[in-house]
Design a protein around this ligand. Structure first.
Ligand code: ATP
Length: 298
């Protein structure tokens, strides 16, 4: 469990993080979203004891990060995958981290295996790593102490589609085994798939949060069928407003309601998708429009 209470950070006149409160729970992946400069990294740095808060507090497993005995055995942290020493090999980076945690070479080998870095790759110097390999190494370091909590800043950065698929599985398994995952990301479609809970921030403040499925349901449903005209009529008779566009119908109702109407009307569905009136990406753009820099989505 990560608990953030009224957390605030000021840098002179700038309020980087402004009174945020939320929890990331065991068994869940929580996505932390916001445009550039919204305050995600600053908040994560406060959660992990790297930046002192101006006010408020953050606890991990009931204690301030710095008060945890051997934090790496409880909390896996990856804030900046490119911060590793470029002159060391991947294996050396992990061996040093393992020494700090009182772990041996077996754990290093297992951790490398968990993130899919080969023996040969782990013998190369970090300066020669691709961004994706650095992310895998950072994740290996975060997982080394077999923690119950993961705090990851942009973990999907630099990963190819296969890598993103792999990471999604890894984090899902971690949460399903009772772990707590907090990850920040700009890859909204990725977050939509992986995160059970969403916390969106803009200008340091929480602009929306909740279960991903509920946030998406509230965005309406996109539906496509073998007979859209008949389905639209049935939906309107059932009291729904229907908008038609090139890729089907959009209905401001949850998928379950739309599916029932289709079933009763005997219309074959080809697609039924929550967040139809624009998924997480559109919600993010709308809510944070005032915070985004011109021409930059996130
Ligand atoms: N050490 C610092 N001194 C002064 N201002 C800072 C410092 N660290 C961060 N800031 C400012 O705080 C605000 C939040 O920055 P932060 O890096 O937390 O945002 P972010 O949401 O992680 O952005 P990004 O997605 O670009 O990484 C920004 O305006 C940034 O310039």
């Amino acid at each position: 469990m990560i608990s953030v209470e009224n957390l605030t950070k000021r840098y002179g006149g700038l309020v980087a993080v402004d009174d945020i409160t939320f929890q990331a729970r065991p068994g869940s992946v929580t996505g932390f979203l916001g445009p550039n400069g919204a305050g995600k990294s600053t908040a994560m740095r406060m959660m992990t004891g790297l930046t002192p808060p101006t006010s408020g507090r953050a606890t991990v497993l009931g204690r301030a990060y710095k008060e945890l005995p051997t934090p790496g055995r409880h909390v896996g942290v990856m804030l900046d995958a490119s911060a590793q020493h470029p002159g060391r090999t991947g294996r050396e980076v992990l061996r040093l981290a393992a020494m700090h945690l009182g772990l041996g070479n077996d754990e290093v080998r297992q951790s490398l295996g968990r993130v899919g870095l080969t023996e040969k790759e782990s013998a190369r110097r970090v300066r020669n790593y691709s961004l994706g390999m650095r992310q895998r190494l950072g994740l290996a370091a975060a997982l080394l102490g077999r923690p119950q909590v993961l705090i990851l800043d942009e973990p999907a950065n630099g990963l190819d589609p296969q890598g993103i698929h792999w990471m999604r599985g890894l984090l899902r398994d971690f949460a399903d085994a009772g772990g707590t995952v907090l990850l920040s990301s700009h890859l909204l479609s990725e977050v939509q798939v992986i995160a059970d809970e969403i916390v969106m921030i803009g200008h340091g403040r929480i602009v929306t949060r909740g279960r991903t499925s509920e946030l998406l349901d509230a965005r309406g449903t996109r539906v496509r069928s073998l007979d859209d005209a008949r389905l639209a009529t049935a939906l309107e008779v059932a009291g729904h407003t229907v908008t038609t566009d090139r890729s089907g119908l959009v209905v401001p109702a949850p998928p379950e309601d739309v599916g029932r109407v289709a079933l009763e009307a005997g219309v074959v569905l080809l697609e039924l998708r929550a967040g139809g009136a624009g998924g997480l990406e559109e919600m993010f753009l709308e809510i944070t429009a005032a915070d985004a820099r011109e021409g930059v989505a996130a």
